[in-house]
Design a binder for this molecule. Structure first.
Ligand code: FAD
Length: 571
């Protein structure tokens, strides 16, 4: 097949054509100078929107064309383009190989099966890749399956009763399940395509395979992660919910330490929660030790008990830069107008995203993070008496508001003392202060942007209605976050409005605090994904400090699985 990059089609032409595929096919045919029926079939490989100011909006495609006449006619076409000299940049490409092939092998004994702790993006995809490699992993997850978790989150949003083991942070699919499901990433990995294909097999839209800014949505993700967990089981793996890592068995001393097993607390046969069932009343917890010489630790950045466990075991960890701030909400229609001008509202464009960063002399940079077009602010707490915000959207991204985190980096040197978990302590302190400022029951403190910039408390909303589900308490964000963070946000918001006019809308809403967007620690590992202090322990994903989003966490998990599979086979 022939790949043709950068076919730019004016939005106006696409709207007039009414049929996007037909318009793209026509543009490809024109670019290749071939007859209308020369292209047997066409696959879009990439689609992005070019909405740079001062030009008409275009949609830019990379396509793969299967030419009538097969490979011979493709090669002939390519050489005729070459002979013409300044022809379009095209190349013949081979179909994608699968970097995570299905392998069957001799079954492993119980102690040899890899144990993966945490079924978030990193752990779930690690287990999926291990299962495809025929290694029958045991995947343990402290939270519930997607259905039970959804019910508990709904109940928390309605009543404020938090299940500290099953919530927005914890449960099948991890922090990514009730998210925007944005799949954009600044990282490169040979596994990205395989991960996207696995998400599509689980029910995500096939458009994620080619959209430059793909997303799945919170209404689709639970069924997608459930499908991947079932796939792990179908391939011989085991998935245990409500099964929490409480300890690691480690033998040896000094540089010769090696993991020999995991200690688990497991609640079996937990009844599905009903709206009236008391939170935290599952069956009795039983302890179990599982022998394992290979343990993948994919616990995410909210597993603070796991960080403590690792510190107590003297596993090498270091502080790392993390971020803090608040969620900001605008009217999506305002963002659309700023980004797309008169073309705002076109179904071919959808709800507009933005990505902003401010550099103001004398203040730390502030930046927008995890922007959710047409989305909702979520109550992302996992601890009692701590308020945490984040954002999500549904597949349709049709909510009235746009939200994003407006965040500022906190560097290791900004923290007092020498405790490696000083960042966790700061996060927790801010979350608890915000809880008190919200007045309890997980209401969140909120302030209008105009009042925040003027340094006066707010008393109620303007034209942007906050979407945080537990309700907000109007007042001030002052005192809830470190001064450097608040100062950078105050300097950054007007600067960002230079790029997105509506950003400093005085009636935009800030809801806080946003403390769980990145991990404050890194669990130090070598190039083979293995802890530098305990052999057989593989820290992966965001909590371990090696990822910053769904795709990078999933790719880190798959990369680790392939490394572990290689080792087990060569042992
Ligand atoms: P996690 O997803 O946090 O998974 C860790 C898992 O380990 C959890 O399921 C947890 O229950 C489990 N666990 C923890 N401790 C234990 C234990 N002791 N025993 C057993 N299991 C344990 N990123 C994007 O790229 N796009 C987005 O649109 C996006 N939106 C987000 C929206 C929200 C509301 C949130 C909270 C996050 C969002 N993120 C988004 C970030 C993204 O979800 C994370 O980067 C990603 O989930 C990290 O994956 P992970 O596997 O490393 O950790």
């Amino acid at each position: 097949m022939i790949e043709v990059p950068n076919i730019s089609v004016p939005l106006r032409d696409l709207e007039r054509a009414g049929d996007e595929m037909a318009a793209v096919r026509k543009a490809a045919q024109k670019r290749l100078h071939v007859a209308p029926d020369a292209i047997a079939s066409l696959e879009i490989r990439r689609r992005s929107i070019d909405a740079r100011r001062g030009r008409p909006i275009t949609v830019v495609y990379t396509v793969r064309c299967f030419m009538r006449g097969g490979t011979n006619s493709e090669r002939a076409l390519l050489s005729s383009i070459g002979r013409r000299g300044r022809g379009p940049k095209v190349e013949v490409v081979e179909p994608d190989g699968n970097p995570v092939p299905l392998v069957s092998g001799a079954p492993l004994s119980d102690g040899e099966r890899p144990v993966v702790v945490g079924a978030g993006c990193a752990g779930l995809f690690c287990a999926w890749a291990l299962a495809r490699q025929g290694l029958c992993p045991v995947l343990v997850e402290r939270g519930d399956d997607a259905a039970r978790r959804t019910a508990l989150i709904d109940r928390f949003d309605r009543t404020g009763e938090l299940d500290c083991e099953s919530n927005i942070q914890f449960g099948l699919g991890g922090a990514g399940t009730f998210s925007d499901g944005k799949l954009t990433t600044g990282t490169r990995s040979p596994y990205h395509r395989a991960i996207l294909e696995a998400l599509v097999a689980g029910g995500a839209s096939p458009r994620i395979l080619f959209e430059a800014k793909p997303h799945v949505g919170s209404d689709v993700l639970p069924r997608v992660v459930t499908h991947i967990a079932r796939e792990v089981e179908r391939l011989g793996g085991e998935v245990r919910h409500r099964c929490r890592l409480t300890g690691l068995r480690v033998e040896g001393s000094g540089l010769g330490r090696r993991v020999t097993g995991v200690e688990l607390a497991w609640r079996e046969g937990r009844p599905a929660p009903s709206p009236d069932a008391p939170v935290g009343a599952p069956g009795p917890e039983r302890a179990e030790t599982l022998a394992a010489s290979c343990v993948v630790l994919a616990c995410g950045h909210s597993a603070r008990d796991v960080f403590e466990l690792l510190r107590d075991l003297d596993v090498a960890m270091e502080r790392k830069t993390f971020s803090m701030g608040a969620r900001i909400e605008h009217l999506q229609a305002d963002v659309d107008r700023c980004q797309y001008g008169p073309a705002a509202g076109s179904p071919l464009l959808g709800a507009a995203p933005y990505k902003l960063v401010s550099h103001v002399r004398g203040a730390a940079p502030a930046y927008s993070f995890c922007m959710c077009p047409g989305g909702y602010v979520v109550a992302a707490a996992s601890e009692a008496h701590g308020v945490v915000t984040n954002g999500m959207s549904l597949a349709a991204r049709d909510g009235a508001n746009a939200n994003s985190g407006i965040l500022v980096n906190v560097n290791p040197g900004d923290l007092p003392g020498d405790d490696v978990l000083a960042g966790v302590a700061l996060q927790r302190r801010c979350e608890q202060t915000a809880y008190a400022a919200g007045g309890g029951a997980f209401r969140a403190p909120a302030q209008l942007v105009g009042d925040f910039l003027a340094g006066t408390p707010s008393s109620g909303p303007g034209h942007v209605a906050p979407t945080y589900p537990r309700g907000v308490t109007w007042g001030s964000l002052d005192g809830l976050l470190p001064e450097t963070v608040l100062g950078a946000m105050r300097a950054g918001i007007p600067a960002m409005a230079g790029k997105l006019r509506c950003f400093a809308d005085p009636e935009a809403v800030l809801t806080g605090v946003e403390t769980r967007s990145s991990s404050p620690v890194r669990v130090v590992r070598d190039k083979g994904y293995e802890s530098v202090s305990v052999a057989g322990l593989f820290p992966v994903g965001e909590g371990a400090g090696y990822a910053g989003g769904i795709m990078s966490a999933a790719a880190d998990g798959v990369g680790c699985a392939m490394a572990v599979a290689g080792r087990i086979r060569n042992a």
